[in-house]
Design a protein around this ligand. Structure first.
Ligand code: PA5
Length: 462
């Protein structure tokens, strides 16, 4: 069980031109971090940071595992209905740990675990296509909403509930649903209580984007055979590493402090997370939400209003070397790239030496695809370094539940440290409320006035 590593040499001088000086790191930045760490410790002591306790919540994990065991045997398909933090965790876990084409594999290839679909956007084409491919009588619908009221998720629940009622009858229908929601409040809990639908709680003090290690992510993972104990053990190992208030010892502290400093001291406000591994592509999307929604704020903790926040940009190596790399190498000096690489990618594919007479192909023969991907990551990091473009690399020993647990915890802790450094509350999201309220008003929700919406002006249309 090896640790994941953070190599931040390419953020430091003289490795990269304009990088952080060792004295600055040991001095001002360490002091800045110590203050942030103290603020985070206060919030932890106040009970606000429930995600830090999740690796040790063995009782609720055991409850999830027991429920998942029963469900996994009964259903061919599991459909998660959940958006934002209620969907991205399950998607990233599925893609990383079940691997490519899970849902296209045969029952035997899946070891008889169910297929796993995550439906977030209420696009009727997607849902219709999915419903045309599954048998509702052999499907479990895991409706995930912390608030129990999110329009996209609840609308999809209403559509599906009707369908399942019609397919299996209202009595049996409730056996096809599992709700994951607030322990005491919300419409979903109200329905679950009234109809005797099994429910799993999302702890009060864990918000959506920090909830991957609650039942929100653990249930869909466990039902498909992912080792959730190893996931939590990885998270625990990283949580311990991230307790230190000494910057040089704290991987999440280093990531947060250097990314925050890159933004506020050097104007590098675009933070690219670029795994060189297809299985980690969705993890970059999960990070996009975590970093963007947590840190993009107008209200500072001191009560002042001055918008801050980095822009996270998910990318994939090597594919995006053929789309974004030109911009990263020569575009404005407003970005930092954090690569994610995997030391042991697992079963590899050797590249045959089929054309020794053609130099453009001959050099590939005798290597492997995994080697090519890893080499491209190192070459890109070096190319950026030579151009004075700061970058860092997180290395996973392998794509395993233990490594993923570490990675989720590293990025979550880095986010709350970054919140303290930016002087914002990383746990709230007041900016998304207005569009929700306008949607409610336009869709006719009781008690919400129909809003005036600026009509498109034909003068500005072509
Ligand atoms: O991180 C968050 O809090 C949000 O992205 C929520 O996860 C998202 O809005 C969905 O909310 P809910 O789980 O209440 O349906």
């Amino acid at each position: 069980m090896t640790q994941i590593r953070l190599d931040f040499g390419n953020l430091m001088a003289p490795g990269v031109e304009g990088g952080v000086d060792a004295t600055h790191f040991a001095g001002a930045l360490s002091e800045r971090f110590a203050l942030a760490a103290a603020a985070v410790e206060q919030r932890r002591a106040a009970g606000d940071l429930g995600f830090l306790d999740l690796p040790y919540a063995t009782e609720s994990a055991a409850q999830v595992a027991a429920l998942a065991d029963g469900f996994g045997q009964w259903f061919e398909d599991v459909v998660v209905l959940g958006i934002g933090g209620s969907g991205l965790g399950a998607t990233s876990l599925r893609d990383a740990l079940l691997g490519p084409f899970w849902n296209s594999r045969s029952n035997e290839e899946r070891d008889h675990f169910p297929r796993l679909h995550v439906v977030d956007n209420p696009d009727p084409h997607t849902l219709r296509a999915l419903l045309g491919r599954i048998d509702p009588a052999r499907t479990l619908f895991n409706v995930i909403s912390k608030s129990g009221a999110t329009a996209e998720t609840m609308a999809q629940y209403l559509v599906i509930r009707d369908l399942v009622d019609k397919t299996v009858g209202p009595d049996k229908a409730r056996g096809h649903f599992l709700f994951t929601t607030d322990p005491s409040r919300g419409a979903l809990r109200q329905i679950g209580d009234a109809e005797g639908i099994p429910m799993l709680p999302v702890p009060e003090n864990v918000g959506g984007r920090f909830s991957v290690l609650t039942a929100v992510g653990l249930l869909p993972a466990a039902v498909c055979g992912i080792d959730i104990e190893a996931l939590l053990a990885g998270a625990a190992a990283m949580e311990v590493r991230c307790r230190s208030a000494v910057l040089a010892e704290n991987p999440a502290g280093i990531l947060a402090t250097l990314l925050h400093g890159a933004d506020t001291d050097q104007g590098r406000a675009i933070h690219v997370l670029m795994p060189y591994c297809d299985r980690l592509r969705s993890l970059a999307l999960w990070f996009q939400q975590l970093w963007g929604e947590s840190l993009g704020k107008a209200l500072r903790l001191d009560g002042s209003h001055s918008p801050v926040g980095p822009t996270p940009l998910p990318a994939l190596g090597a594919s995006d070397q053929h789309s974004l790399l030109q911009l990263l190498m020569e575009g404005p000096q407003d970005k930092v790239v954090v690569f994610v690489t995997v030391d042991d990618p697992g079963p590899d594919l050797a590249i045959p030496n089929r054309h020794p007479e053609i130099p453009a192909l001959a050099y590939l023969g005798g290597h492997s695809l995994g080697e090519l991907l890893a080499t491209e990551r190192s070459a890109t990091a070096e190319a950026l370094r030579r151009e004075g473009r700061p970058n860092a690399t997180i290395s996973l020993p392998e794509v395993s539940a233990f490594a993923l647990g570490q990675l989720y915890m590293l990025l979550e802790v880095a986010t709350v440290f970054a919140g303290a450094l930016y002087g914002v509350d990383p746990l709230d999201q007041p900016g998304v409320e207005l569009s929700k309220v306008l949607t409610y008003g336009l869709m006719g929700r009781e008690g919400v006035a129909r809003p005036e919406i600026a009509e498109p002006d034909p003068k500005w249309m072509v």
